[in-house]
Design a protein around this ligand. Structure first.
Ligand SMILES: NC(=O)c1ccc[n+]([C@@H]2O[C@H](COP(=O)([O-])OP(=O)(O)OC[C@H]3O[C@@H](n4cnc5c(N)ncnc54)[C@H](OP(=O)(O)O)[C@@H]3O)[C@@H](O)[C@H]2O)c1
Length: 282
């Protein structure tokens, strides 16, 4: 690992590992993405989370090259969109992603959503297994998979995803998904770890609980929420278009929440999602 990397790496069951902190770039406009990715990598981020859907893969690749970091020090994730499930379709989508990123090998490729009514995610998974076996992608995983979706992949292919990236934050702690993932050696990644910023909105119950804990530790509310994730072994990929916030969101590894703090944050659970339930999106 290079000096200057922020946070630990978490082992994956295929023998690789993933930096616990990553930069999410959903809704980062392409015009800002090169500077943001380059800036985050200079701050010590070593993991960037993009997707074909985000239309900024080209700029992620450019930011990575501009940082000058050795390729093997940065983990890049991309994802196949729902319109490209299938043995041939997923391969073609992967080729497009690699052309955009300008990379030879991808670190982590995910099925973005199971899109269960299409019922083609097992074929997408078979294509990803082949890409991995050919050495074009190091690790393969899923996103937004409920336990029954992952179980189908395991039953039909015998290959267990290394990660499952799901919506996860104090409103929606995803206990069942995490328990299933842990049982199968799958690392859970939290998308929208700040509930898209909703947990930080002034005047809310969340804001007052978080402000009190933040004051106690001399931290910001965002850092308190992100620390809640990392302290439970989750991978976090917060997004901000502001480099100052990107820096703020990385200062998570030099303090700890105590049992009372964790319990107070757990009480913010509402079950509310910012996105769709995985069985409802195709
Ligand atoms: N797999 C999936 O289906 C899926 C779905 C959604 C997201 N994701 C991934 O997860 C990443 C993160 O999720 P997200 O972007 O939806 O939401 P998020 O990281 O929970 O929240 C981002 C929002 O919080 C604000 N914010 C960030 N840091 C802040 C801070 N320190 N203080 C105050 N406000 C702050 C941002 O505003 P500014 O930008 O203005 O700072 C933005 O509005 C995405 O970028 C993407 O990579 C994956």
């Amino acid at each position: 690992m290079s000096s200057g990397a922020i946070g630990p790496r978490i082992p994956l069951h295929d023998g690789t590992s993933i930096p616990q902190l990553g930069l999410g770039v959903y809704k980062v406009p392409a015009a800002q993405t090169v500077d943001l990715v380059d800036g985050a990598l200079r701050l010590g981020y070593r993991h960037v989370d993009t997707a074909a859907l985000y239309r900024n893969e080209r700029e992620v690749g450019e930011g990575l090259r501009r940082s000058g970091l050795p390729r093997d020090e940065v983990l890049v994730t991309s994802k196949v969109w729902n319109d490209a499930h299938g043995l041939d379709e997923t391969r073609r989508a992967f080729d497009d992603t690699m052309r955009e990123l300008g990379l030879d090998v991808l670190d982590l490729y995910l099925i973005h959503w199971p899109a269960p009514r299409q019922n083609r995610f097992v074929d997408a998974w078979r294509a990803m297994i082949a890409l991995r076996d050919e050495g074009r992608v190091r690790s393969i995983g899923v996103s937004n998979f409920e336990p029954h979706h992952v179980q189908r992949l395991i039953d039909e292919t015998g290959v267990v995803p290394v990660v499952n990236q799901v919506e996860l934050h104090p409103h929606l702690p995803q206990r069942a998904v995490r328990a299933f993932d842990a049982e199968h050696g799958i690392v859970t990644e939290s998308w929208s770890p700040l509930a898209r910023g909703r947990m930080l909105e002034p005047g809310s119950r969340d804001a007052s609980v978080l402000a009190a804990i933040a004051q106690k530790h001399g931290r910001t509310p965002a850092q308190i929420v992100l620390r809640w994730h990392v302290q439970q072994g989750l991978v976090v990929i917060p997004k901000s278009t502001s480099l100052a916030r990107v820096e703020e969101n990385a200062a998570l590894f030099d303090f700890a929440l105590d049992a009372d703090d964790l319990a107070a944050i757990d009480e913010l659970e509402t079950g509310e999602r910012t996105g769709k339930h995985p069985d409802d999106l195709d």
